[in-house]
Write a protein that binds this ligand. Structure first.
Ligand code: F6R
Length: 608
């Protein structure tokens, strides 16, 4: 999604803005631009493609200045092009960068055109620049003008705006898209994500919905809430350090993040298990009472987070005896869900800013749920702030667009939820699972050590156009996640099925050109899975099986088997995710795709 960086500093801001944009590249984008107050005028550079293209322009014509706004654009209204790239200007008097979608822009545009404003882009954003220009002409300050116009904007936005009349001022606004204020020493900044500003500060204010902020020289920051009242918001120190935002010795962020999983799984467990028990208080002081009242759960999420929810359904029903419904947020929010008495509403999100998930939470709050729980990776995010309870996954910043460590730490959090609900409702502790959780980081380490063998397997996929993933039980969602990873970063068409469903249709696709990937832990569905694999072999399909060391599937010409260390059956979905991530990664590297920023995708999906 689009990214915003803005600065009012005591030094040249060009490099701060450029570095910020590079750090936002992970969000996915197709063009970039920057406006700086330079020599008495607002001067702009924009470029189609990567931030490197903008950097090349600035190498030829620098943009020195003490205040500026910058943007990476992920096209929604209008194709990727220089003319549609932000910032958008109105008569070189006003400059605007915007994340989100202005839903009523067409009506506003028509009215502005009738007043004589000429448009130079196809974007929804340009209306904001002209609306501000109109208000400034009436004599309003930039802050007051912004406050007046945002009331008329429908949809979602995070904004950064400047005007030629007020050189050392940047105004920001937030409604539905994330925006943080970076607090420097006599300097102040804005960004879509704290990561963008880590070279200049580690202190951040997370703006609330409806907030307006004004940055002025000497680091002055004024925040006004949606009702127009001046407010003080707390300053948070960023805990993860700047190392999280660098690749280190790894070729890609995704690979680094895959290999971080033993460490972050350990972090996700830290302080949440006692010697013999799960600590329900990890979910907050009210968790025990709420879990005791919980008779059903609705789990809502998108994409990879949705797959984590699907795994959790198997766990919660089997180990905690709670019926669970799992649904993608974009469907849930437009249904008329029936909420049985005693239902807990659970959202899963890496970013905590996914527009559909957030909208689902807001909708759920109008229904008769007993409470809401967010399982999330970003502490100050909207989802966390707006939920009754939250549990942080502690994966640290995830830069690769394809989610890896965020997913496995969500699974850890969901297993802690399962154990907590079981204890709260049924007084049952699964000591064997608790013991297995403790050894999980070490077992994951052993799976990651198979990397070079998985890299060899990946060679069989580089020329393929399709792949099928199979799993049964809680490994069906793992097959879905494996297929999603392969699609996202290697652009190979992949589908996942519960293995028992194969014969009801998809078997027609199987021939010698179709690689079929299956996960085969040693669980009570193993024998049934083996029969399904025979169905594939009988049609000439090429099987790639990730199997428990004890299952005894023989390697043959048409079956390649990679054995994984044994793990408690309940935790196998976590472990079997790792080889599928590595497989997709190596296939993508062989195909030469942009692994960390796959085409058309964005990291934090803050538009509907
Ligand atoms: C896929 C991926 C996406 C996200 C989805 C939800 O690798 O990362 O499918 O899982 O966009 O994002 P969050 O978890 O931030 O709500």
């Amino acid at each position: 999604m689009c990214g915003i960086v803005a600065a009012v500093a005591q030094r040249n801001v060009q490099e701060i803005l450029l570095e910020g944009l590079k750090r936002l590249e992970y969000r996915g984008y197709d063009s970039a631009g920057m406006t700086v107050f330079n020599d008495g005028v607002l001067t702009r550079h924009r470029a189609l493609g990567k931030v490197a293209a903008l950097t090349a322009q600035l190498d030829k014509a620098a943009l020195p200045g003490f205040s500026g706004i910058a943007h990476t654009r992920w096209a929604t209204h209008g194709k990727p092009s220089e003319a549609n790239a932000h910032p958008h200007h109105s008569s070189d008097q006003v400059a605007v960068v915007h994340n989100g979608i202005i839903e009523n822009y067409e009506a506003i545009k028509e009215s502005l055109q009738r007043s004589g404003y000429a448009f130079s882009s196809e974007t929804d954003t340009e209306v904001i620049a002209h609306l501000l220009s109109e208000k400034l002409a009436d004599g309003l300050s930039l802050f007051d003008a912004t406050q007046q116009i945002v009331n008329g904007l429908g949809g979602a936005y995070a904004l950064g705006v400047m005007c030629a009349q007020e050189p050392g001022v940047v105004v920001g606004a937030r409604q539905g898209s994330p925006l943080v204020v970076g607090v420097g020493i006599n300097e102040a900044f804005l960004a879509s994500d704290p990561l963008a500003l880590l070279p200049v500060t580690d202190r951040f204010i997370y703006l609330e919905e409806g907030d307006l902020v004004e940055l002025r020289e000497q680091g002055a920051i004024r925040i006004v809430d949606r009702h127009g009242n001046d407010v003080e918001r707390p300053i948070h120190t960023f805990e993860h350090g700047d190392g999280a935002a660098s690749k280190g010795d790894y070729r890609h962020y995704m690979l680094k993040e895959i290999f971080e999983q033993p460490t972050v799984i350990e972090a996700a467990l830290e302080g949440r298990l006692s010697a013999q028990s799960v600590l329900i208080e990890s979910f907050g002081p009210d968790a025990l009472a709420l879990f005791q009242r919980t008779r059903h759960m609705h789990i809502i999420a998108c994409g990879t987070s949705y797959h984590a929810g699907l795994v959790a359904r198997y766990w919660l029903e089997r180990y905690a005896g709670v019926p669970v419904q799992v649904e993608v947020a974009s469907e849930y929010r437009y249904r008329h869900p029936v909420v049985p008495e005693g239902t807990l509403f659970v959202t899963l999100s890496q970013s905590g800013e996914t527009a559909d998930t957030l909208a689902a939470l807001r909708f759920a709050k109008t229904l008769n749920y007993v409470g809401s729980l967010a399982i999330c990776n970003v502490p100050g995010s909207s989802l966390v702030r707006e939920s009754d309870m939250s549990l942080m996954t502690r994966a640290g910043p995830e830069i690769g667009v394809a989610s890896t460590k965020a997913f496995t730490t969500q699974l850890v959090a969901l297993m802690l939820l399962t154990l907590s609900v079981s204890k709260a409702k049924n007084q049952v502790e699964y000591l064997d699972i608790i013991a297995a959780l403790r050894t999980l980081p070490e077992v994951c380490q052993r799976v990651l050590a198979l990397d070079s063998q998985i890299e060899i397997l990946s060679q069989a996929f580089a020329e393929k156009h399709h792949a099928l993933f199979l799993g049964r039980g809680a490994h069906y969602p793992i097959a879905l996640e494996g297929a999603l990873k392969l699609k996202e970063i290697s652009y190979i068409h992949a589908e996942a099925y519960p293995a028992g469903e194969l014969k009801h249709g998809p078997l027609a696709l199987v021939d010698s050109e179709m690689p079929v990937i299956s996960v085969a832990p040693n669980d009570d569905l193993l024998e049934k899975l083996k029969s399904n694999l025979q169905e594939v072999r009988a049609r000439g399909g090429k099987l790639f099986v990730f199997a428990d060391e004890s299952v005894g599937i023989d390697v043959q010409e048409d079956i390649r088997v990679l054995t994984l260390p044994h793990v408690h059956e309940a935790l196998a979905p976590l472990l079997y995710t790792l080889p599928l991530q590595l497989l997709s990664y190596h296939v993508a590297v062989l195909k030469g795709t942009d692994v960390d920023q796959p085409r058309n995708l964005a990291k934090s999906v803050t538009v509907e």
